[in-house]
Write a protein that binds this ligand. Structure first.
Ligand code: URP
Ligand code: ZN
Ligand code: ZN
Length: 478
């Protein structure tokens, strides 16, 4: 019997399918025993706590510069510290391709920034903004072989968007190589057309960001992305889904047997477009794309979490400071909405905000674990290592107090942002201790400095990215 370095004693282990009382034994940074009455060199009293897999936040932006001069406030250090304090032990941020350039240099530099500074483990998605022949033909296949097995494509934002032909190039490549494609689905031309009309009428305040991107803009792009994927028989995950019409598109595709996955985020459960109308320029804090909708759409998003339309609950942490010339005030306090960096922070509050849905009986503990940890690990090729309390997996664990009530205050969070959109909200359930590969990263509610402990995770080819084998085109054209 292997000597146990640490035992988590007397907690309730929760997986995506079960919950049961057991001790968890850790050695060499991995879970090596789950049983009754284990003994170890150190023991942690988990009585009354849930033993959850550490969260996998598979959609975060840290240390990401924008082509407009914006810069996320969180770097790998503060972003992973904040993640850890909210129960997350793996993040997947993005290395961005600048148009006209390749990807390899950007990916290597980005990975080096994370190594030596991240507190918890991280993988990297690619953002493909210029799928040239060389990128699609050589660079991406080589990067996929090196463990960068997922990429995001945008249907909006001038500096990132791909046209349909380019989307097909990327989707066909994903099919050939077995990678997962994430799609930001909004119709760029519709947004530009509406924005021009709003500008002509002087409607430029933050709240008009929501007017510029009504639900049909997201619905049309979601429908189109799914159709393109069907054409070339490529699975895809639609990210940050905001409301009913996009949910319906995804549900319909899933009912037809297409491998279409869905992701949503806390902002679509807890914010509405009214938050963009906060006094003065403050509405800028809640500008993100797609925009938060209304209460009826929040209900639809909850229901879609319960019914399984969504597999992933990510933060889409896009941490721009409010009072910062590289953040929300990039173009000043009178800036028109289209010059305000998009995104809201939420890496630390992601799991507590969803857990509050467990406390209120809206979702089950198993759904919570699946959405925050097990499914994202599977969808991005990290199964076996991350996302589950299981023998052989990394000892990434959140010991969670389901009865702890807490008022969210930015002053208590550990990110580098000067606000949280959830200020003053009361949630029930918060992590007490968080462990990454057997080491405390948060203990008794306080961060334990683990700068540099986090390692880069090369991802496997994800099983869910496998095509169905039923393209709508002759296979020799793909
Ligand atoms: O508004 C958002 N979602 N900003 C972050 C970037 C992205 O599109 O995910
Ligand atoms: Zn996006
Ligand atoms: Zn994002």
């Amino acid at each position: 019997m292997q000597e146990l370095e640490m035992v988590l004693r007397g907690g309730t282990v929760v997986t995506a399918s079960d919950e049961y009382r057991a001790d968890v034994g850790i050695a060499g940074g991995r879970i090596v025993a789950i049983a009754d009455s284990l003994r170890g060199a150190s023991e942690v009293d988990a009585g009354g706590l849930l033993v959850l897999p550490g969260g996998v936040d598979s959609h975060v932006h840290v240390e990401q510069p924008g082509s407009d001069g914006s810069m996320t406030a969180d770097d790998f250090e503060t972003g992973t510290r904040s993640a850890a304090c909210g129960g997350t032990t793996t993040i997947i941020p993005f290395a961005v391709q600048e148009k006209g350039k390749g990807l390899r240099a950007s990916v290597d530099a980005y990975r080096r920034r994370g190594e030596g500074r991240a507190w918890i483990d991280f993988a990297i998605h690619l953002i493909v903004s210029d799928p040239s022949e060389a990128v699609v033909g050589q660079e991406l296949p080589a990067l996929i072989r090196d463990g960068y097995t997922s990429f995001k494509v945008y249907m909006t934002y001038d500096d990132l968007k791909l046209d349909d032909r380019q989307l097909l190039d990327v989707l066909a490549l994903a099919r050939r190589e077995g990678a997962m494609t994430m799609v930001h689905a909004e119709n760029a031309d519709c947004i530009a057309w509406i924005t021009q009309r709003l500008a002509a009428k002087g409607r430029t305040a933050p709240r008009f960001h929501a007017t510029s991107r009504p639900m049909p803009v997201e619905r049309e792009a979601t429908h189109r992305a799914i159709a393109l994927g069907e054409l070339v028989d490529t699975p895809m995950l639609i990210v940050h889904v905001s409301g009913r019409e996009a949910v319906e598109e995804i549900r319909r595709a899933q009912a037809r047997g297409l491998r279409v996955y869905g992701e949503t985020c806390p902002q679509y459960l807890y914010l509405t477009e009214e938050d963009l109308g906060a006094p003065g320029f403050l509405g800028a804090c809640c500008i993100c794309s797609p925009p938060p909708r209304d209460r009826a759409n929040q209900e639809v998003i909850w229901d879609a979490l319960v019914s399984g339309v969504f597999q992933v609950f990510s933060s889409d942490h896009a941490p721009y400071r409010y009072d910062d010339a590289r953040g929300k005030k990039l173009a000043g306090t009178d800036a028109p909405f289209w010059r305000i960096p998009n995104g809201v922070p939420g890496i630390e509050t992601r799991m507590p905000l969803l857990f509050d849905g467990v406390s209120r009986g809206r979702i089950t503990l198993q759904q919570f674990v699946a959405l925050t940890a097990t499914n994202p690990a599977r969808i991005y090729g990290l199964s076996g290592r991350k996302g589950s309390v299981a023998i052989g997996a990394d000892a990434d664990i959140a010991l969670w107090d389901p009865s702890r009530e807490r008022t969210i205050r930015n002053a208590d969070l550990h990110h580098a942002v000067d606000y949280t959109p959830y200020e003053g909200m009361v949630v029930k359930g918060w992590p007490v201790h968080v462990i990454s590969r057997g080491a405390f990263v948060m203990r008794g509610g306080a961060p334990v400095d683990r700068r540099g402990h986090g390692r880069f995770l090369p991802c496997d080819l994800p099983g869910p990215a496998r095509p169905r084998g039923q393209p709508a085109l002759p296979a020799d054209l793909l």
